[in-house]
Design a protein around this ligand. Structure first.
Ligand code: GLU
Length: 477
């Protein structure tokens, strides 16, 4: 069997959005599960849509997300160049061949004539006017320097069919396909031409791309057939929706991979979640590393219906990755986000991160989870009342001075010692340990719920600050 070769062929038009990254991911997974090659090709022939810097964004995003290619503009390979604007002469050569084969023709129609072909809605269907020009006339007009385009010669009747591995049998009437432009007047190819030439010359066996190309594929097949080339296998992917009506798209300002990374999502969770947008794994397991995705991916699992992008679910997945991380990894990844907290720089970083770890799904939630340490002030004394924990304002009044007493004599200030001392005190006072810890937490934070237990928080605050806050709380009571 031929070696599987897939490609990701983005146009450099800005950030790499979620849909684009999913296409890349599926191409990557399919090639890797088959021991094949994954190729990156930059499709930059539409100069009007070109955005400076976006090629670099594509390289960076793919590296950063782990969806790495074997061949591409910046890594090389035997089938280059991998940037379409550097392949102009190749397209010209093949366009000429296609004209000779009858699959295309030169068209000299002026913009004014094209204008007259438009219907009321502004839609244009080219009328094959230039198809009847003789070879001699074409040559004469080209030599005379007349501007021209090259158009595909689509049969006026008949049906183009192929079998898409996701959508099944696709048939399109040729009468519904127009003689589209293959080479523009500036000599640049259109996507419609370049994708065929490149996929063939680069040895692409499986074309994996968005559903928007499903119905144009018969016209690409006409070219494969005219050249006598083997058609690739086609796998078109279902759209990704923001909700039932709206497609997720960068044009609507929807978030890109980079935006989600900046928002504090665990990178692996973004890739993992994107894999599930249109593909369902066989078992129930949804949390999968890139290697596990390679092991489990299958074309049969790709569905036809639109996938809904559910950020809440991605956030949940991100939280699962955080839970599974070692403290070391968490620290490395979360550090930049820790800096956004008011508590940053004031307390032991490891301890701050350790109380935050179990409580956040994305890194950017860290600040809001630990800011409380720096937000102590007047609070509602009713917070001491908690029937379930058997705590009350009255009890707080009685035991806070004793808590203070024990804490002030504690020599080694750490969570373990603090906890032991508080448990011993509760036994001595014959009250529930939960009641004591509840009262202690309120007294040193003014909040009924915080990241970290009462003694963990006291450990972070340090002896001096803890005692100060208890004094303050005693003064309120
Ligand atoms: N350049 C096309 C796009 O960005 C690629 C389509 C394809 O994969 O063939 O939509």
């Amino acid at each position: 069997m031929k070696k599987v070769r897939t490609r990701f062929a983005p146009s450099p038009t800005g950030y790499l959005h979620i849909g684009g990254l999913r296409t890349a991911l599926y191409g990557f997974l399919y090639s890797k599960m088959n021991g094949g090659d994954f190729i990156l090709r930059i499709e930059d022939t539409d100069t009007a849509r070109y955005v400076d810097g976006s090629v670099q964004i594509i390289y960076d995003t793919m590296r950063d997300s782990g969806i790495m290619y074997d061949e591409g503009p910046d890594v090389g390979g035997d089938f280059g160049p991998y940037v379409q604007s550097e392949r102009k002469s190749i397209y010209t050569e093949y366009a000429k061949k296609l004209v000779e084969l009858g699959g295309a023709y030169y068209c000299f129609c002026t913009p004014e004539r094209i204008e007259t072909l438009k219907d009321d809605a502004g839609n244009m269907r080219y009328d094959k006017h230039c198809l009847k020009l003789s070879k001699e006339e074409v040559e004469r007009r080209i030599s005379a320097g007349e501007p021209y385009v090259i158009r595909q010669n689509v049969p006026e009747s008949g049906v183009g069919s192929y079998n898409d591995l996701v959508y099944g049998e696709i048939s399109v009437d040729y009468k519904d396909i127009e003689d589209g432009i293959l080479i523009k007047s500036d000599g640049m190819p259109t996507y419609n031409f370049a994708n065929v030439i490149d996929d063939h010359l680069m040895g692409i066996t499986h074309v994996i791309r968005g559903i928007e190309y499903l119905s144009s594929t018969p016209k690409y097949n006409l070219m494969y057939d005219a050249f006598g080339w083997e058609r690739p296998v086609y796998i078109h992917l279902p759209p990704i929706m923001k909700d039932a009506q709206h497609k997720l798209s960068k044009r609507n300002g929807d978030a890109s991979y980079e935006d989600f990374v900046n928002k504090g999502y665990v990178k692996e969770s973004i890739v993992n979640y994107i894999a599930l947008l249109g593909w369902s794994p066989k078992g129930n397991v949804e949390k999968m590393s890139l290697n596990e995705l390679i092991e489990n991916f299958s074309l049969e699992g790709i569905g036809k219906s639109p996938a809904i992008f559910d950020e809440t679910k991605m956030k949940w997945l991100s939280g699962e990755y955080i839970k599974a991380m070692t403290m070391e990894e968490f620290k490395k990844n979360a550090y930049e986000f820790l800096k956004q907290s008011k508590a940053y720089g004031k307390y032991d970083e490891d301890k701050l991160l350790s109380i935050a770890k179990g409580r956040v799904q994305i890194y950017s939630e860290i600040a809001e989870k630990i800011d409380f340490l720096e937000e102590f002030g007047v609070y509602d004394l009713a917070l001491f009342e908690n029937q379930k924990q058997k705590a009350s304002v009255e009890l707080a009044k009685q035991i806070l001075p004793q808590i203070k007493e024990v804490l002030s004599t504690l020599t080694e200030w750490n969570n373990q010692n603090l906890f032991t001392a508080m448990v011993e005190l509760s036994a001595k006072l014959e009250i529930k340990k939960q009641a004591l810890l509840w009262i202690m937490r309120i007294a040193i934070t003014g909040k009924e719920s915080t990241a970290g237990g009462a003694t963990e928080v006291a450990d972070i605050l340090g002896k001096e600050k803890t005692l100060e806050r208890i004094d303050y709380s005693i003064s309120l009571l």
